[in-house]
Design a protein around this ligand. Structure first.
Ligand code: ATP
Length: 742
C-alpha cells in the first residue's frame, strides 16, 4: 500500500481540515449527491500538480478555495496534502514517508512542498515519475470519464496508453531532448550566422596578414641588408680614417719644421736689414762728392778764364803782361754763388725734364749776367801778375779738391762694395724664405685637401651614427648587431657599390611602408581569428551535442516504440480476457495505426463510410503520428463499431480496457469515481470481482453508490454535508454506508 493519507483544508466544500487514511487495499467513499465526494478525487488531482482548471471543474484557482456561507466565512487558501509510503524507496527521496503539499491562494498563486520544503512543480513531477503517475492522471477516472478512453482520438488514446504504460517519463525526456535539440539547432544557426558575418572580414584580414607576413619577411631581409651595409660602412670609415691620419702625419711634421725654419730666416733677414748703415754713409759721401765736384768745376772754369786773361794780357801789352788779373767784389761773388747753389738745389729737387731744362736755362742766364757785369768791365784792369798769382792759387785749390775727391771716391767705392756684399746675403735668405713659404703654402693646400676629406668622412660617420640609432629604434637591436668579419672588405671597392646597397635598402623600406601598419592588423586578425576559432569550436561542440541529442531522441523513440508495442500486446491479451469475462465472448483489441496519406484516407473514407471503426478527427487534417484504434466484436451481435454500443456496454468495454491496462502496468493507486454507475447487478458483481483481482496489484479508492462495490471495500468513508454545505467525513460500516449512500 503506497497511498497512506489525504488531508484537505479549505479545498472546495471541505472548509474544515479533513483527513482520510487509506490503510486497506480498497477504500470506498460513499455519500449523497453533492456531499463533496468528487471534490476528494479533484483534491488528489490538485495535490499531484494538475494545471487544468477544467479538469478540476473550476474556472479560476479561487474556485478551489472554500467560498464561505453565512455561518462559515470564506477562506483565503486551500490546502491539500497527500502522504505516500516510501519504505521501498519507489520515490527518489531518502524518507520512509513522503508528503506532497499544495496550497493555493486567492490570487491563484500555488505553492508546493515536499516533506515541508518548498519545491517547484517540476520537482513534484520528477518525484512522481518514480511511481509512474503524473498530471495526465490515468489513475484517476473521474465521474462520467470512464469511456473517455473510447471517445478519444486515436492520437489522444495513444497518449493515454503510453502514459499508463509508464512511457511518459521517456516521452518527457524525449521532449526535453527535442527542445534542447531545437535550441541547439537554433544556436548552431546563430553561430553559423556569426561565422558567416565575420567570414569576409576574416578573409580580408587574412589577406592583410599575408601582406604583414610579407612585410615581416622584408624586415628580415632589410635587417640582413642593413647589417652588411652598416658593417661595410663602419669598415670603410675605419679604413679611411686611418688612411687620412697617416696621410696627414708627414706633411704635418714637415710643416712644423718648415714653420721653424721660416721663423729663423725671418729673424736673420730682419737682423741683416737692421745692420745696413753703409747705405746712409754712401748717400752722405755722394753729397760731399757732388759739392766737391761743383767746387772743382768752379775752380776749373776760373782757371780757364784766368789762363785766357793771361794770354790776352800777354798779347795786349807785349810783354807787359797787362790785364792778366781781374779782381771781383767779394759780396758780388758770394751772392752769385749763393744764387747758383739755390738754382742747383731747385733743379735737383725736380723730376721732370721740362722743369730741369728751365732751371738750367735760368742758370745760364745768371752766369752770363755775372760775366758781363763783373769780368768784361774790369778785366783789362787786372794786373798780369795778380792774374798769374790767382791762377796758381786756384790751380792749387783745384788740385787739393781733386785729391780730396779721389779720396772720397775711393772711400765710397769701398763702402759700396761692403753694401753689395750685404745685399747678396739678404737676397740669398729672401730666396730661401720664398722657397720655404711656397712649400708651406703647398703643404697647407695639401693639408687643406686632407681636411676636406676628413670633413667629408666626419659627415659620413655622423650619418652612420644617426642611421644606427634610427635602425636600432625601428628594427631592433639585432639589425645593428653585426659581425664585421663576416664581410670581405676591399678598400678600393667603388663607393657606388655601397650606394647600391643603400638604394636596395631604401626600396625595401618603401615596400614595407606601402604595406603599412602591421601591428593593428595583427592584433585585429588575432582577435577575429580567435573568435572564428572559438565559433568553429562552439559549432563543433554544438553539432556534437546535437548529434548526441538526436541519437538520444532516436534511442528514446525506439525504446518508446518497442515498449509501446510490447505494452499493446500485453494489454491486448488482458483486454481480450476481461472483455470475454464481461461479455461472455467476443473479441477486443487495440490496434496501432499509421494515419493514411490524405488521398488514401479520403478513398478509405469513401469505401468504408458505412463502417467507421476509428475515432479519427473528421476533415482534411492529417494526423502526423501513429494512433491507437479499438476494435471490438460483441458475441452473437453484428455490432462492430464503438458508436453502436449501449451505455452499459460502453461502460463494460471501457472498464475492461482500463483494467487491462492497469493489470499490465499497475499504477500505485486507482481512483474510480462512479465508474460502476451504469452497471446492472450481474455486471456489478463482475466489476467487483475484477476489483478484487486487481487489488492485488493496485490500491483502489472507489467513489460509489453501488452496494456490490461497497462490499469489496476494506474501509468505507461516508461523506455528508450539513446545512452550511461543509463536507464532513466519517468511517462507516457497510450497512451504514448503504444508508448514507442512499
Ligand atoms: P454526486 O454524488 O452528485 O456526484 P458529489 O458528492 O460528488 O455529488 P461534489 O461534486 O463532490 O459532490 O460536490 C459538489 C459540492 O461542492 C457542491 O454542492 C458545491 O457547491 C460544493 N462546492 C464546490 N466548490 C466549492 C467551494 N469553493 N466552496 C464551497 N463549496 C463548494
Amino acid at each position: 500500500m503506497l497511498l497512506k493519507k489525504l488531508e484537505l483544508s479549505g479545498f472546495k466544500s471541505f472548509a474544515r481540515k479533513t483527513e482520510f487514511e487509506f490503510a486497506t487495499r480498497t477504500t470506498a467513499i460513499v455519500g449523497p449527491n453533492g456531499s463533496g465526494k468528487s471534490n476528494i478525487a479533484e483534491s488528489i488531482r490538485f495535490v499531484l500538480g494538475e494545471q487544468s482548471m477544467k479538469s478540476l471543474r473550476s474556472k479560476r484557482g479561487e474556485d478551489l478555495i472554500w467560498n464561505g456561507t453565512p455561518g462559515t466565512p470564506k477562506l483565503n487558501r486551500a490546502d491539500v496534502a497527500i502522504t505516500f509510503d516510501n519504505t521501498k524507496r519507489l520515490l527518489n527521496v531518502d524518507y520512509d514517508e513522503v508528503e506532497i503539499r499544495r496550497t493555493i491562494y486567492r490570487d491563484s498563486a500555488s505553492q508546493y512542498l515536499i516533506n515541508g520544503s518548498p519545491v517547484r512543480l517540476k520537482d513534484v513531477f520528477e518525484l512522481l515519475s518514480g511511481i509512474h503517475i503524473g498530471a495526465s492522471s490515468h489513475h484517476i477516472i473521474s465521474q462520467g470519464q470512464a469511456d473517455h478512453i473510447l471517445s478519444a482520438s486515436i492520437k489522444e488514446r495513444r497518449g493515454m496508453v503510453e502514459d499508463a504504460l509508464g512511457l511518459k517519463v521517456y516521452q518527457y525526456k524525449r521532449l526535453e531532448s527535442e527542445r534542447k535539440l531545437a535550441k541547439t539547432r537554433e544556436n548552431i544557426g546563430q553561430v553559423e550566422a556569426l561565422r558567416k558575418e565575420i567570414a569576409p572580414h576574416l578573409k580580408f584580414l587574412q589577406k592583410q596578414m599575408e601582406k604583414v607576413e610579407q612585410a615581416e619577411k622584408l624586415r628580415e631581409e632589410l635587417k640582413m641588408l642593413y647589417r652588411e651595409y652598416l658593417a661595410r660602412e663602419e669598415m670603410y670609415l675605419e679604413h679611411h680614417n686611418k688612411r687620412l691620419q697617416e696621410k696627414r702625419g708627414e706633411p704635418q711634421q714637415e710643416l712644423h719644421d718648415l714653420e721653424k725654419r721660416i721663423k729663423n730666416n725671418e729673424i736673420k733677414l730682419q737682423e741683416l736689414t737692421k745692420g745696413r748703415g753703409a747705405h746712409a754713409d754712401l748717400e752722405v759721401l755722394d753729397t760731399t762728392l757732388r759739392k766737391l765736384r761743383e767746387e772743382k768745376d768752379t775752380h776749373s772754369r776760373r782757371i780757364g778764364r784766368l789762363e785766357g786773361m793771361l794770354s790776352y794780357a800777354k798779347k795786349e801789352q807785349g810783354g807787359k803782361k797787362i790785364g792778366d788779373t781781374v779782381s771781383f767784389n767779394r759780396n758780388a761773388v758770394d751772392a752769385f754763388i749763393q744764387k747758383l747753389e739755390s738754382a742747383v738745389e731747385t733743379a735737383l729737387a725736380l723730376n721732370e725734364v721740362d722743369g730741369l731744362k728751365e732751371a738750367l736755362r735760368s742758370l745760364r742766364t745768371s752766369i752770363s749776367h755775372f760775366w758781363q757785369k763783373e769780368v768784361k768791365g774790369k778785366e783789362e784792369l787786372q794786373d798780369y801778375k795778380t792774374l798769374e798769382k790767382e791762377l796758381k792759387t786756384t790751380e792749387e785749390a783745384f788740385k787739393e779738391l781733386s785729391s780730396e775727391e779721389a779720396k772720397i771716391q775711393e772711400e765710397r767705392a769701398r763702402k759700396a762694395r761692403t753694401l753689395e756684399e750685404e745685399r747678396g746675403d739678404e737676397r740669398k735668405f729672401e730666396h730661401e724664405l720664398f722657397a720655404l713659404r711656397s712649400r708651406r703654402s703647398e703643404l697647407l693646400t695639401r693639408l687643406e685637401l686632407l681636411r676636406v676629406d676628413e670633413e667629408k668622412l666626419r659627415g659620413e660617420a655622423a650619418s652612420l651614427k644617426e642611421t644606427l640609432r634610427e635602425v636600432g629604434l625601428w628594427l631592433g637591436r639585432d639589425a645593428i648587431s653585426f659581425d664585421k668579419t663576416a664581410y670581405a672588405f676591399t678598400p678600393d671597392e667603388p663607393r657606388a657599390k655601397q650606394e647600391e646597397r643603400k638604394w636596395k635598402i631604401e626600396r625595401i623600406k618603401i615596400k614595407i611602408e606601402d604595406i603599412g601598419g602591421g601591428d593593428d592588423i595583427k592584433k585585429e586578425y588575432e582577435e577575429v581569428a580567435s573568435r572564428e576559432e572559438y565559433l568553429s569550436r562552439e559549432l563543433l561542440d554544438l553539432e556534437k551535442s546535437a548529434d548526441a541529442l538526436a541519437g538520444l531522441i532516436e534511442e528514446l523513440s525506439k525504446k518508446i516504440d518497442a515498449e509501446f508495442k510490447d505494452g499493446i500486446q500485453k494489454i491486448n491479451k488482458e483486454f481480450q480476457r476481461l472483455f470475454v469475462l464481461m461479455f461472455g465472448g467476443g473479441t477486443a483489441a487495440l490496434k496501432i495505426v499509421a494515419p493514411p496519406p490524405k488521398k488514401k484516407k479520403r478513398l478509405l473514407d469513401e469505401l468504408e463510410s458505412a463502417d467507421v471503426q476509428s475515432e479519427e478527427i473528421p476533415g482534411d487534417e492529417v494526423e502526423e503520428e501513429e494512433g491507437v484504434e479499438i476494435t471490438i466484436n460483441l458475441p452473437s451481435k453484428k455490432i462492430r463499431g464503438l458508436q453502436a454500443l449501449s451505455g452499459g456496454e460502453r461502460s463494460l468495454t471501457s472498464i475492461a480496457l482500463i483494467f487491462a491496462i492497469t493489470n499490465v502496468n499497475p499504477p500505485p493507486f486507482l481512483l474510480l469515481d462512479e465508474t460502476d454507475a451504469a452497471l446492472d447487478e450481474s455486471n456489478s458483481r463482475k466489476f467487483g470481482n475484477m476489483i478484487h483481482e486487481l487489488s492485488e496489484k493496485t490500491q483502489f479508492i472507489i467513489i460509489t453508490h453501488n452496494r456490490e462495490t461497497m462490499t469489496r471495500a476494506g474501509v468505507l468513508y461516508g461523506i455528508t454535508s450539513g446545512s452550511e454545505g461543509v463536507s464532513r467525513v466519517l468511517s462507516v460500516k457497510l450497512e451504514e454506508a448503504v444508508g448514507i449512500a442512499q
